[in-house]
Design a protein around this ligand. Sequence first.
Ligand code: RIB
Length: 312
Amino acid sequence: MSVKVVVVGSANMDMVAFAPKLPAPGETVLGTRFEMACGGKGANQAVACARLGAETWFIGRVGADAFGDILLRSFQEAGVRINFVRRDPETSSGVALIFVDEQGQNEIVVAPGANGRVSNEDIDNAQNVWQDAKALLVQFEIPLVTVGYAIGEASRHGALVIVNPAPAPREPLPDEWFGLVDVWTPNEREIEGLTGIVVADMESAERAVKAMLDKGAKAVVLTLGANGSLLATPEFIRHYPAFPVQAVDATAAGDAFAAALTVRLAEGAPLEEAVIFANAAGALACTKVGAQPSMPTRKEVEEFLREHPLLL
Ligand code: RIB
């Protein structure tokens, strides 16, 4: 039977330009091609959770516009329950402008639109969503006050709380969140935003995760791109190397990772096993172009893990 997972967050229409290199400030770069795909960290994570086999409920907002129609269709095609997605007539759907270079690295600017209006009331309107929910997964592309409210509600109902602190917050997070969140999944930039520590190598990465533990975090999985991930709990710190793949587009790899970690934890897997599963999902997401189109299925992740047994 599928586990029930709730994702609260953003949905964006991604406008993706591919170019030989990312532009420096003030520079114009001639690109190679353009693609449009459904994205948004929250929506990507919800689509990934559903493809990985969870009964997935999404709480968020899209505009009453053509992009909103497409975003809702993408949720439905993946099997995500959208009973609590609000169509907001006051503003447009979220849009992300994304540049991807030849190494698959990206730069993203998000115009939040309806995501910026996801409110506590939207969470309250979804009261019965918490019944039997095993986990909440949330990110920072919606107002932080709503994120905090969702964390409080999930933890009050006994669900695991997984926070993907992306993009990096521009203000300090409330101290009480650290006691309520079960697992944090920042990347290097996001952990720098949370701790002030610049991650340049494994030594600084360890200092950064320890700083999160000092703040009261129960568990942190720092994603390090091609360098894998670093799991830290008050008991131990362990590095997991990345699975070797030919990366074409790293967009949403962190979303695949956070979703896969959430699904396995919701299923009752131990943290270390869930991290390996998440590493595989993140690696697979890098092998395809686009955010939601690159979210892997359960079968794909399990086959990939069978083909890469050495890292298990
Ligand atoms: O994490 C990738 C996502 O970030 C993209 O889909 C884009 O919409 C931004 O939200």
